[in-house]
Design a protein around this ligand. Structure first.
Ligand SMILES: [Zn+2]
Length: 122
């Protein structure tokens, strides 16, 4: 049978399960320097621009190094404990970032499974 080439496979960094890209949640490391406005001094004045940070990429199209997790709740914690996400993204992730990402991840999972009416309080 022909391989479905138009559906890129990605691997969950925690459980190593391969899945359709769209079935996984993408995390992306956002570069510290912004490609736009390199002639502007705004980046130097803004301390936030100096930090590289990890974001949850809902669109799957954000520029930067990406890593994927499947939508099992346990996989986020597994990736956190094993530092699999940090290794995949090649950057340290502070606890505050993990907490923020965990909330986004759980919210995303909750909305993905629309039959579940669970409300997650932050
Ligand atoms: Zn997984």
């Amino acid at each position: 049978m022909p391989a479905p080439r138009k559906q890129p496979m990605r691997t969950c960094v925690a459980c190593k399960t391969g899945a359709d890209k769209r079935a996984l949640v993408r995390f992306v490391r956002v570069a510290s320097s912004l490609p736009a406005d390199i002639n502007s001094n705004d980046a130097a004045l803004n301390p936030m621009a100096d930090l590289s940070s990890v974001r949850l990429d809902r669109s799957g199209r954000m520029a930067g190094r990406g890593a994927y997790l499947c939508t099992q709740k346990g996989c986020f914690e597994k990736a956190r404990k094993s530092k699999a996400l940090e290794r995949a993204l090649r950057c340290p992730i502070p606890p505050a970032d993990y907490d923020r990402l965990a909330l986004e991840f759980l919210n995303l999972c909750a909305t993905e499974h629309d039959s579940v009416g669970t409300v997650i309080h932050g």
